[in-house]
Write a protein that binds this ligand. Structure first.
Ligand code: NAI
Length: 465
């Protein structure tokens, strides 16, 4: 028997499940194919959500050990119950993945459990757990299969001692020494988790700075902050080989000179690559670029009529919220609407402590595009709420065009930067000027006032510095 849907989405992560729900809301008969035991993709199962649960728990542990006493809260000896921390993380994940199942039922989206493969335009084969292959007809197919950890040549991940992010989210003890290869989002977030829980963490980064895609001042600020916390960094270095002995790993690090770094575990976090294995792209002739990303036009259409792709499998930042926007946009397009995504307004956040958040253009990008800009910068040391909270590290930096005062980029390192950046994304989406932000009343005392003061600083009229 062949089922027929208006839209079949392959992949139930933030891009795919959102696309399926939005399509169903717009009256299309929608199904979502996913082979995982639970919906939500990498983000909910082995990415954003479990990592944020562990970041939150480990920060509470670190606060209890190091900073609550300063608030007059004396807990005595603080003990780690890692099993319970992991159990809580798993419960958070289960609640949220079940939430997606609930939303599917509510919106009448069918979850087709199994692996989906393209056999022709408009036809998907589902290999289900019962080993039976079912053929599904689809008016439109949306590929939203996401990404997977990029491997390092000749180094096999075992998720026990040689870890990808998946293994690093589920260790059953705190490794005494953890090496992290790659000073990007995953390396710094999960490196922070294990450092707070007691590991001695060394980050090995190939380039001359960590988080190389962020504004240079933010990567410098973050490296200094994490160094003060005790994380070690080796820049311009890479992992050449791993030698395993029963109780240690000897890592051959190639930098200015070759050296051996002993560690109990190593996390490989050198980027992610599109996940398109066994999807049948070749059979149907879907074109990909040199990096394995599916090539799409502005409307997410591939070269094959009726087949679309969104999220980590196409160009652009590998971020859950970027995939969600694309999921909504493609569903609306298929329903005849004309949605538009302003990619300049997509924020990026690293959930370390302090957090780092960016939206729009970096200073380096403006320089290379020869756009004249003004900088407004405001430190959290001068923000009363940050003082009261005892979290004064970092600053807000606003870049505005000289001729129009239009906000082109906002870069924040500091407490709750990931939440503060929403105001900046909105400003960019609305085409606001720095003066628009500066003249908007901000509640006192809040961290957001630092954003307002940075906007005032663009015109050289800050009050509090
Ligand atoms: P990444 O691209 O953020 O960072 C990888 C880092 O590894 C880069 O700094 C790169 O220069 C370095 N590198 C590459 N090859 C290397 C080598 N051989 N030796 C040493 N360093 C090397 O990738 P990451 O951290 O794996 O994360 C993957 C993606 O997942 C990110 O691009 C991000 O989009 C997403 N993500 C987002 C998060 C968030 O929104 N907070 C959290 C975690 C991941």
């Amino acid at each position: 028997m062949t089922d027929r849907y208006d839209v079949v989405v392959i992949g139930g992560g933030p891009g795919g499940y959102v696309a399926a729900i939005r399509a169903a809301q717009l009256g299309l008969r929608a199904a979502c194919v996913d082979m995982r035991a639970s919906l939500g993709g990498t983000c909910l199962n082995i990415g954003c959500i479990p990592s944020k649960a562990l970041l939150q728990s480990s920060e509470k542990f670190a606060d209890a050990r190091h900073s609550l006493a300063d608030h007059g809260v004396d807990l005595g000896e603080v003990r780690l119950d890692l099993a319970r921390m992991m159990d809580r993380k798993d419960r958070v994940v289960t609640t949220l993945t079940r939430g997606v199942e609930f939303l599917f039922r509510k919106n009448k989206v069918d979850w087709l459990k199994g692996a989906g493969r393209l056999v022709a335009p408009g036809r998907v084969v589902l290999s289900a757990a019962d080993n039976e292959a079912h053929e599904i007809e689809a008016g439109a197919i949306i590929i939203a299969t996401g990404s997977e950890s990029a491997p390092l040549p000749a180094i096999a991940v075992d998720e026990r001692r040689i870890l990808s992010s998946t293994g690093a989210l589920a260790l059953d003890h705190v490794p005494n020494r953890l090496a992290v290869i790659g000073g990007g989002y995953i390396g710094l977030e999960l490196g922070s988790v294990w450092h707070r829980l007691g590991s001695q963490v060394t980050v090995i980064e190939l380039l001359d700075r960590i988080v190389p895609t962020m504004d240079r001042e933010l990567s410098g600020g973050l490296q200094r902050a994490l160094t003060r916390q005790g994380i070690r960094f080796e820049l311009g270095a890479k992992l050449a080989a791993v030698r395993e002995s029963p109780d240690s790993l000897s890592l051959e690090i190639e930098g200015v000179e070759r050296r051996i770094l002993e560690a109990e575990a190593v996390l490989i976090a050198v980027g992610r690559r599109p996940y398109t294995q066994r999807l049948g792209l070749d059979a149907v002739g879907v074109a990909c670029d040199a990096q394995g990303r599916i090539i799409v036009d502005d409307g997410f259409a591939t070269n094959i009529p009726g087949i679309y792709a969104i999220g980590d499998v196409i160009r652009g930042a590998m971020l859950a919220h970027k995939a969600e926007e694309e999921g909504i946009a493609i569903a609306e397009r298929l329903a005849g609407q004309k949605p538009f995504i302003n990619y300049d307004a997509v924020p990026a956040v690293i959930y370390t402590s302090p957090e780092v958040a960016s939206v729009g253009k970096t200073e380096e990008e403006l320089k290379s595009a020869a756009i004249a800009y003004r900088i407004g910068k405001f430190p959290f040391t001068a923000n009363p709420r940050a003082r009261a909270n005892g979290e004064t590290e970092g600053f807000v930096k606003i870049l505005a065009e000289v001729s129009t005062d239009r906000v082109l980029g906002v870069h924040i390192i500091g407490p709750d930067a990931g939440t503060l950046i929403a105001e900046a994304a909105l400003a960019i989406e609305f085409g606001a000027s720095a003066e628009d932000i500066a003249r908007t009343p901000h509640a006192h005392p809040t961290l957001n006032e630092a954003v307002k003061e940075a906007a005032l600083t663009v015109a050289g009229r800050a009050i509090h510095i």
